[in-house]
Design a protein around this ligand. Structure first.
Ligand code: PMP
Length: 431
């Protein structure tokens, strides 16, 4: 892709990475990879001492190396890390706190929490619960969804399917794109699944459709989706692994903003601000149905260290009012991006909710889009890409990002678009 020549230590570290990890591991971000050594709030520092604004990583939701979270982890690690077969108050307190966050009416009857270590495990457990509760064998996912890396959850992650992989028990439906999304596509997918002998146990969606390119349909879409799923005897799973923990800017959970009424909620990524911890929130009866089939236990899940991280994250989000901050920062970002890109003609749409913002680059080729992200990085800001053809810039910073940083992000993105897509001889196709 061209760009600057990486320094020798980066080349050597990249060589050792491939030598020891092999080819299956996800590629490094950027053609000239970033070698990071430190983070603080929404700022990252590389091995040359250069700082970047992190407008990409959602795991450090309250900010990189947040002292309250790091402190809580360190204090607990000095005392005890033990599993849930022993009594300890921290995980219990975390479970109670999570249940208390669920809004009455939409998910107020989800009263039971199961703790895990990763988003993939949460999806996997949601799947087991859905099968145990319904006795059905099929699943429905959106076209370019991602829900996990394990054998079971890779089947729900078409974004990762290679070589025509098409699991028989999984059917895809189009993500809700545009103003009037096609809900009939969902019913059709249930029929196709039925024709292969599978009744649906669950439909799983990221309420902000991050991997599908970031979409925010009207809540009537989700009401119909829920009614259709229930009519077919399927449970609705809200995957909050990407969009949860305040990012949507209205509530801690993005399914609330989206008007989705889930039977199961999965949590991960930001839950420990970097410490591995995940959870499933659901109805007691489904957990009882699963319990009749198998005991549930996972060694590290709910360790006091993980729970201390989870509790500290909830505390900081509450004390620093980060949900409202995410809303205000998201609005500021979108307004400034509109202002700066309006006359470029390269942006089809700027969309999203709270601090999950997509800049749709009107079908630009993936190679051109990665020139944009490379240029944004040269300007000192990290952003990513998403969508089935990776032509949507994904802006998803820690919620602790400041006003001034938001302005820098918008300016860098607009400048990179202008320099890369407009001032170049080949212009992108426009609609
Ligand atoms: N669900 C969603 C929506 C995700 O984005 C991810 C991770 N990208 C997962 C599940 C899986 O989480 P993990 O990588 O922690 O296993």
């Amino acid at each position: 892709l061209g760009g600057p020549t990486p320094p020798p230590d980066t080349v050597e570290l990249t060589r050792r990475r491939t030598a020891v990890f092999g080819d299956a591991l996800a590629e490094l971000t950027y053609s000239d990879p970033v070698h990071l050594v430190r983070g603080s709030a929404a700022t990252l520092t590389d091995s040359d001492g250069r700082t970047y604004i992190d407008a990409y990583n959602n795991v450090p939701v309250v900010g990189h190396a947040h002292p309250r979270v790091s402190g809580a982890i360190a204090d607990q690690a000095r005392l005890l890390a033990i599993n849930l077969r022993y009594l300890h108050p921290k995980a219990i307190e975390l479970g109670e706190r999570l249940v208390a966050t669920l809004p009455p009416g939409l998910a107020g009857d989800l009263d039971t929490v199961l703790l895990l270590n990763s988003g993939s495990e949460a999806t996997d457990l949601a799947w087991r619960l859905a099968r145990a509760a319904t006795g059905h064998t099929g699943a429905l996912v959106t076209h370019f969804a991602y829900h996990g890396v394990t054998t079971a959850t890779n089947d729900f992650s078409p974004e990762e399917w290679r070589s025509g992989w098409r699991p028989d028990h999984v059917e895809r439906f189009a993500a809700p794109v545009g103003r009037d999304p096609d809900i009939a596509a969902f019913g059709d997918a249930i029929e196709r699944l039925g024709a292969r002998g599978h009744r649906p146990a669950m439909v799983i969606v990221d309420p902000l459709y991050t991997s599908d390119g970031i979409h925010t349909p009207d809540s009537s879409y989700h009401r119909e989706l829920t009614a259709t799923a229930r009519g077919a005897g399927a449970l609705v799973v809200a995957d909050e692994v990407q969009a949860g923990f305040g990012r949507a800017g209205d509530h801690l959970w993005s399914f609330v903003s989206a008007g989705l009424a889930p039977d199961i909620v999965t949590l991960g990524k930001p839950m420990g601000n970097g410490h591995p911890i995940a959870a499933v929130l659901t109805r007691r009866s489904y957990v009882t149905a699963l319990g009749e089939q198998a005991e549930f236990f996972s060694t590290f899940a709910g360790s006091p260290v993980a729970a201390a991280a989870g509790l500290a994250v909830l505390d900081v989000i509450e004390d620093d009012d980060l949900v409202s901050h995410a809303r205000a920062m998201g609005q500021r970002l979108v307004a400034r991006l509109h202002e700066r890109t309006a006359d470029t003609g390269a942006v089809r749409e700027i969309r999203g909710r709270g601090l999950l913002v997509g800049v749709d680059l009107a079908g630009s080729a993936a190679e051109a889009v990665s020139r944009v992200t490379d240029r944004v990085r040269e300007l000192g800001v990290l952003v990513g890409t998403t969508g089935p053809t990776y032509d949507v810039l994904k802006i998803r910073p820690p919620l602790a990002i400041t006003h001034a940083q938001i302005d820098e992000v918008a300016d860098a993105v607009a400048r990179a678009i202008a320099e890369t897509l407009i001032d170049q001889p080949q212009q992108p196709t426009q609609e």
